[in-house]
Design a protein around this ligand. Structure first.
Ligand code: SF4
Length: 74
């Protein structure tokens, strides 16, 4: 089971693709040029966190899948 529940805030995403560059096995751009999660186990939790942290608008929301605690953005 993936460590993080990963969500993309479609209202915030500006479509720059930074997350896809950082974690291409987890994120891809959809037909509206908004990032979507393709595989929450595509990268290690550290890599997923890194991808969330490069998002310039903090559109990637990470929640601990076990505790429900919000991990990112802080
Ligand atoms: S890094 Fe953020 S703004 Fe850029 S595509 Fe990914 S979710 Fe969207």
């Amino acid at each position: 089971m993936a460590k993080y529940k990963i969500e993309v805030d479609r209202e915030l995403c500006i479509g720059d693709g930074a997350c896809c560059g950082e974690a291409p096995n987890t994120f891809e751009m959809d037909g509206d040029n908004i990032a979507k999660v393709t595989n929450s186990d595509g990268h290690t939790p550290e890599e997923v966190l890194q991808a969330a942290q490069v998002c310039p608008v903090d559109a990637i929301i990470l929640t601990d899948a076990q505790t429900g605690e919000k991990v990112w953005p802080k």
